[in-house]
Write a protein that binds this ligand. Structure first.
Ligand code: FAD
Length: 314
């Protein structure tokens, strides 16, 4: 099922929905642990999941393998991330074909980050320079088979802080055929709401999915917020800093802060939230519980468990 249809359903019914993002782990044991966790987190009721693209060799293969596993065997509607500037057209086509064969119908089309050893991004030889080139390539190759998402940056991105220019480039990606936008993580709801208004003023009408990063520990919260240049709202550090060495207390306060952010976003009319799980369940689950979104007799899990039912286990 296309993500835009799921987002339209949340919009139509007014019932909020959510999705989870996972990344390919480095070790075989890590992969197995993640599959187990993905199955457990299926019961939290995500509408779909994303698997990030790990640029280069084995990690890229692993992204494809995880998409097959999630879509085919775990029965989770899956969106495969795909970056384009670090790969030739043949590799891009190979990844798309694997997703197609697995029954995956959603791609998040991205340019990609610079390789670790380079500080700034430089174009490599090849057909793809920007994410918009990948969007256009997927549309030309697969028509409407894939729903195509693109990245949006409410607080600017690493190599471009010019908001107007970023909006121009976002519009280009949508004009090339993207049908939804997923944002970089942020904690400043007011800025996000203002950014959404600017996106709409540009004539961009596709759904916008905010990226939410739950707080697991104080160190990881600060590291990620600084890495992404996220503005931390007034009062957050005052609440978290005094308890920074107590992970349990940080998660308790963190869940109320992040649930508050989610409520502000919902109040602005957005109906779907995307959680950056960092491959962990606890902090995301705590936010969902705080929002009262975990399945319960009042809010039963709607999705069937197709792989279990087909085995007579459901
Ligand atoms: P683009 O939209 O191509 O933009 C990149 C830069 O080029 C911007 O500065 C933009 O302003 C500029 N630009 C675009 N078009 C033009 C033009 N026509 N002329 C001049 N300049 C232009 N990275 C991974 O490696 N794997 C992942 O799975 C992954 N998932 C992500 C998911 C989300 C939701 C987000 C927000 C980011 C993700 N990233 C991932 C990181 C992403 O690859 C980087 O942020 C990358 O630096 C930019 O990618 P983009 O698709 O936004 O690029």
């Amino acid at each position: 099922m296309h993500i835009q249809e799921m987002l339209a359903e949340a919009e139509r019914t007014g019932n909020p929905s959510f999705s989870f993002e996972y990344f390919p782990p480095k070790t075989a044991q890590g992969v197995q642990n993640l599959y187990d966790r993905m199955e457990r987190m299926y019961h939290f009721g995500p509408k779909f999941i994303d698997i990030t693209w790990g640029a280069g060799g084995r990690i890229a293969e692993l992204t494809c393998e995880m998409v097959v596993q999630a879509q085919t065997y775990l029965g989770l509607e899956t969106c495969m991330h795909l970056t384009c500037t670090d790969m030739g057209e043949e590799q891009v086509n190979d990844a798309l074909h694997k997703a197609y064969k697995a029954g995956c119908t959603n791609i998040l089309a991205l340019r990609g980050d610079p390789p670790r050893e380079k500080e700034k991004w430089e174009a490599t030889d090849g057909n793809f320079r920007y994410a918009r080139d990948l969007v256009s390539h997927i549309r030309q190759s697969y028509g409407n088979h894939f729903d195509i998402g693109v990245a949006g940056y409410p607080e600017g991105c690493d190599d471009n802080k010019d908001e107007d220019m970023l909006l121009d480039h976002l519009k280009e990606k949508v004009d090339m055929g993207a049908t939804f936008i997923v944002t970089q993580m942020f904690y400043d709801a007011d800025n996000f709401v203002r950014w959404v208004e600017k996106v709409r003023a540009r004539g961009i009408t596709v759904p916008i999915v905010p990226g939410i990063m739950p707080i697991a520990t104080y160190a990881s919260f600060l590291r990620r917020a600084n890495h992404m240049n996220c503005k931390i709202p007034d009062g957050w550090l005052e609440k978290l800093e005094p308890i920074k060495n107590d992970d349990v207390a940080v998660r308790e306060i963190g869940k109320t802060l992040v649930a508050g952010l989610c409520r502000q976003i919902l109040a602005a009319g957005i109906r779907h939230l995307h959680f950056y799980t960092m491959n962990l369940a606890q902090a995301t689950r705590m936010v969902l519980e705080e929002l009262d979104w975990m399945p319960s007799p009042d809010r039963p899990l709607k999705q069937a468990l197709p792989w279990k039912q087909s085995l007579g286990l459901g």
